[in-house]
Design a protein around this ligand. Structure first.
Ligand SMILES: [Zn+2]
Length: 676
């Protein structure tokens, strides 16, 4: 390999890893570590290298990830056939009740088909003279998104039929379990289910015209409308006819003619589910005779001749009451759904995240829709699926193009929108909320509502003002602020001035510096604002980059932030206010080397210390290293009340546990042995 190629290859691997880190920070940590233009620059460079060195392209390159080009600009078109949703049953009893209703109303010579309910998304294909003309998603049942260009790239969708007829067919687009796992494993933010990934792929905008390669999607077709097929009178015949035209139909069906004991069939199908190459989330039972279907008719929302049986799932049903748009401290726009209260795993849920605009688009979500909501572990509840479109025909929800707070035009970055106005008051509010939080200045008397009031009273312009205003003057006489409360605010603001420099460094909101990285930076000797400013004057990227888990982009972001005059003024103000803008000598004044070679971590609140870091200073003073997370290398974990997941990890690694009730005695014993 020539020298030039070696250079290109190492540069490509470097770009891949930087871009992956950056997009993880965006999507998962809500903590961008690079500006939009920096990201774009690196992305473009990688694309151009991949073009000139196709043989060096990594199949998992960030440039080929499906999450990167989801679009909110698909055209909307009206359906010309009825695209109804089905009534849902959650028990076999409900299914039997449906069967009995049909027998009662249509007589004993009824027959049914039991089909798999594919965990995919509904697609309606419109053919003219046998040629595929339009493919629309279900949308709100009346209007869907035009995804024809994508449909043309799905192998199992015929482009021309075996008969030159006009026909509309409905089917379910899905992704196989194999493809789901393969593709999901390459994504920074994996999809929680196959349906959402299939939807994401289908809705990809064709921004690359050369790309005609088949999409990793498949379809089963199960319904058709055409004048020519009026002669067909039963559902199974319809399936056969669709198959004869060239459509892929699912032959895993069970037809009930004489006996209607569906219970065993449902049991068997539920078992079979695991062995299938695709996900199914339930079964559908349909009356076969089209004449009888007409007789059964429709409710306001559903046909009365079919019912869907949903497998058990740890999710619940609710309704979207409204959607709030929030602006984060980095300017990131997040939509949140307000839900009709539902009980899930013992908690009442009234809000759920909708992540971003692509996610809403994938769900084809409107206000008023009935949705399924799930909560996995302690994660924020998420809206998973639309169960029932709202009866009012509300349009699919679109995020605004301008900031709902300040009106500034929003910028799209990956799947997310950002408000880039530094003076946006919701951003300032979010910055201040972060500043007072536990891992930062820990000002417990000042929470979101107090900050909101202070901004509303024009008492503060940003978080630094918290240390300069006269709270008695601003708050006395205001509703909700009794003398006692005002005094508590004053006390906790005052107390926060003792927070160690690591907390101040985390609090000022440099992109890429949280408490853990602040500790790493300080332990590496960059233990004052002064030193950061000196590094930024020299543009010394290397020193920062040599520190664990700090990449080139983060290093550059830190340095440019410390050159920013507005930011520098904030730091000056904090210094003026008496905050620790450097690590106090007393923090690390060594007492002994008794704990040298040990690596300590802490979890929970520690008896006798106002915050756990102060307990860790005690072990630092005795020569131990302190780390923010438990790993194999951690030798000791100090365990307080309400310990977190670190405790489980430590037990797994066999780390020595010291309980906070024994901690003081442990230190005293140690010092005694050292002759202190
Ligand atoms: Zn704004």
């Amino acid at each position: 390999m020539s020298g030039k190629n070696t250079n290109a290859e190492s540069r490509m691997r470097f770009l891949e890893s930087e871009l992956t880190k950056m997009s993880k920070a965006y999507y998962q940590d809500e903590r961008p570590i690079a500006s939009d233009s920096e990201y774009d620059k690196l992305y473009d460079e990688l694309v151009s290298l991949e073009k000139s060195h196709p043989e060096l392209k990594n199949p998992n390159s960030p440039t080929s990830k499906v999450s990167s080009d989801l679009s909110s600009f698909l055209q909307e078109k009206e359906h010309t056939v009825p695209v109804l949703s089905l009534d849902k049953a959650y028990s076999v009893d409900e299914i039997n009740a449906f069967v009995n209703r049909c027998i009662k109303e249509c007589g004993k010579d009824v027959s049914f088909t039991l089909e798999e309910k594919i965990d995919g998304l509904s697609l309606v294909l419109y053919y003219k003279k046998g040629r595929l003309e339009t493919a629309l998603t279900r949308g709100n049942g009346h209007i869907g998104n035009d995804v024809t260009t994508s449909a043309l790239r799905i192998k199992s969708i015929p482009k021309t039929l075996k008969e030159p007829i006009d026909i509309a067919v409905r089917g379910e687009v899905y992704i196989s379990k194999d493809n789901f796992e393969r593709i999901n494993s390459t994504l920074d933010e994996p999809y929680s289910n196959a349906r959402n990934l299939a939807s994401g792929i289908l809705r990809r905008l064709e921004n690359n015209e050369n790309s005609k390669s088949p999409l990793p999607l498949d379809i089963f077709v199960y319904e058709g409308w055409a004048d020519e097929i009026d002669r067909i009178s039963e559902h199974p015949d319809m399936l056969n006819y669709l198959h004869s035209l060239g459509f892929k139909t699912n032959d895993h069906i069970i037809i009930f003619k004489d006996s209607f004991d569906v219970t065993d069939a449902i049991k068997a199908k539920t078992e079979e589910r695991k062995t299938l190459g695709y996900d199914i989330d339930g079964l559908v039972l349909k009356l076969n005779s089209f004449k009888m279907r007409e007789h059964m008719g429709y409710t306001e929302h559903h046909p009365r001749w079919a019912i869907a049986y949903k497998f058990d799932s740890p999710s619940g049903k609710s309704k979207i009451l409204s959607i709030d748009i929030t602006v984060g401290r980095t300017g990131k726009i997040t939509p949140r759904a307000n839900l009709a209260p539902l009980n899930l795993l013992g908690a009442t849920i009234t809000k759920a995240t909708l992540h971003n605009s692509s996610y809403i688009e994938e769900l084809e979500l409107s206000i008023g829709d009935e949705v399924s909501v799930s909560r996995r572990g302690d994660v924020i509840p998420a809206v998973d699926e639309v169960l029932e479109k709202n009866p009012d025909g509300n349009p699919i929800f679109h995020l605004p193009s301008t900031c709902p707070c300040c009106g500034e035009k929003l910028h799209q970055k990956g799947a997310n929108l950002f408000c880039i106005n530094e003076n946006c008051s919701e951003r300032i509010q979010a910055e201040a909320e972060y500043f007072v939080s536990k891992d930062c200045m820990n000002i417990d008397g000042v929470g979101a509502s107090v900050i909101k009031d202070l901004l509303r009273f024009d008492a503060i312009k940003d978080y630094t003002d918290l240390y300069f205003i006269n709270y008695n003057e601003v708050l006395t006489g205001k509703p909700g602020y009794k003398e006692k409360k005002i005094q508590a605010i004053i006390n906790s603001v005052q107390k926060s001035k003792d927070e160690p420099f690591t907390h101040v460094l985390a609090a000022v909101g440099v992109e890429g510096i949280g408490l853990a990285s602040a500790e790493r930076l300080v332990n590496a000797g960059i233990d004052s604002f002064e030193k950061f400013i000196a590094l930024s004057a020299k543009d010394d990227v290397t020193t920062l980059q040599n520190i664990d888990e700090i990449g080139e982009i983060t290093a550059k972001t830190i340095l440019s932030t410390f050159r920013n005059p507005t930011f520098r003024r904030k730091i000056e103000r904090l210094k003026e206010a008496g905050l620790n803008t450097e690590t106090k000598a007393s923090d690390f004044e060594m007492i002994s080397n008794a704990l040298e070679g040990q690596s300590w971590c802490v979890t929970g609140s520690i008896l006798g210390y106002k915050n756990p870091d102060l307990a860790m200073i005690e072990v630092k003073k005795r020569g131990a290293r302190v780390v923010s997370g438990v790993s194999k290398k951690t030798t000791h974990l100090l365990v307080g009340s309400n310990p977190g997941s670190k405790l489980q990890k430590a037990i797994g690694f066999g780390t020595t546990l010291i309980h906070d009730t024994d901690f003081k005695a442990f230190l005293e014993d140690m010092d005694k042995k050292e002759g202190l």
